[in-house]
Design a protein around this ligand. Structure first.
Ligand SMILES: [Zn+2]
Ligand SMILES: [Zn+2]
Length: 264
């Protein structure tokens, strides 16, 4: 076993994902109060003081809210690119200088036994990134909060054993729903979020049907339904010939609760 992965919570009210290897325990985003993240970690029997790093995808509050408090309370290094550091400063406040780790898109870095590759995505934040994680022969990809995905990103995430990928909204639900027009435009735009259909289209190009785990992430409360997201991906992959029952493990993530722990 190379990785354990658990989505502690995913959605527009807050995001926090947990990755563990033999040598490292890492959070990706910490978009709740410190108190809530401590609770979420306790629920899976992880002590917050044992976290080796917090990686930030972008400065939006649902990803950055608890970053500063956790770093200060438990002396945890925080990894983000330079522009994101500047943009999230008002949210996370002061972090000890030794815990400020500046990363660059497309430049690999290591946290103990995990090799990490950050890559640019397309979202209305200052410099948002997705991440690939490598340990042994295993690979995890994290791709949320992006309005579109280019060929380069598809190539990068291809071959992952676990995909944590956004299925934010159903296009019809969003169009017919109660959001103001400017917000609908934002979400549907190139710097918004991936729809269920976008998610399906990406997965159809990057999956091999070799028992990959697919975790549907960042579902909108107003513009999606868990079963609709699940069915769209399940039926869509089945239609193009995948044996979804046997060869792909599709799972929903939760808005305020952890998933099972995936060991890969
Ligand atoms: Zn978000
Ligand atoms: Zn965002």
């Amino acid at each position: 076993m190379s990785f354990s992965f658990c989505s502690l919570s995913s959605g527009s009210s807050g995001n926090c994902q947990y990755i563990e290897t033999k040598g490292a325990k890492v959070l990706v985003d910490a978009g709740f109060t410190g108190k809530r993240i401590i609770e979420l970690l306790k629920n899976i029997d992880v002590e917050p003081k044992d976290i080796d790093a917090i990686l930030v995808t972008h400065e939006h509050i649902d990803h950055a809210k608890g970053v500063g408090i956790l770093s200060r309370k438990f002396n945890i290094p925080v990894y983000a690119n330079e522009k994101t550091w500047i943009a999230m400063e008002p949210i996370i406040k002061e972090v000890k200088s030794e815990n400020i780790k500046i990363i660059k898109a497309n430049k690999n870095f290591e946290i103990n036994d995990i090799l990490i590759h950050p890559f640019n995505i397309s979202h209305d934040a200052i410099d948002p990134v997705g991440y690939l994680f490598f340990n042994g022969m295993k690979k995890i990809s994290i791709l949320t909060d992006t309005g579109c995905v280019n060929e380069g990103i598809k190539t990068k995430i291809k071959g992952s054993h676990l995909f944590f990928i956004e299925a934010n909204h159903d296009i019809e639900m969003l169009k017919n729903g109660g959001y103001p027009v400017h917000l609908k435009k934002r979400i549907l735009g190139n710097k918004g979020h991936l729809s269920n259909d976008d998610c399906l289209s990406i997965l159809s190009e990057v999956l091999f049907g070799q028992n990959e785990h697919v975790l549907l992430a960042h579902l909108s409360k107003e513009n999606n339904l868990p079963q609709l997201a699940y069915k769209t991906i399940y039926n869509g992959l089945k239609e193009i010939g995948f044996d979804v029952e046997k060869d792909i493990n599709i799972q929903l993530t939760n808005r305020d609760n952890h998933t099972e722990i995936f060991n890969i």
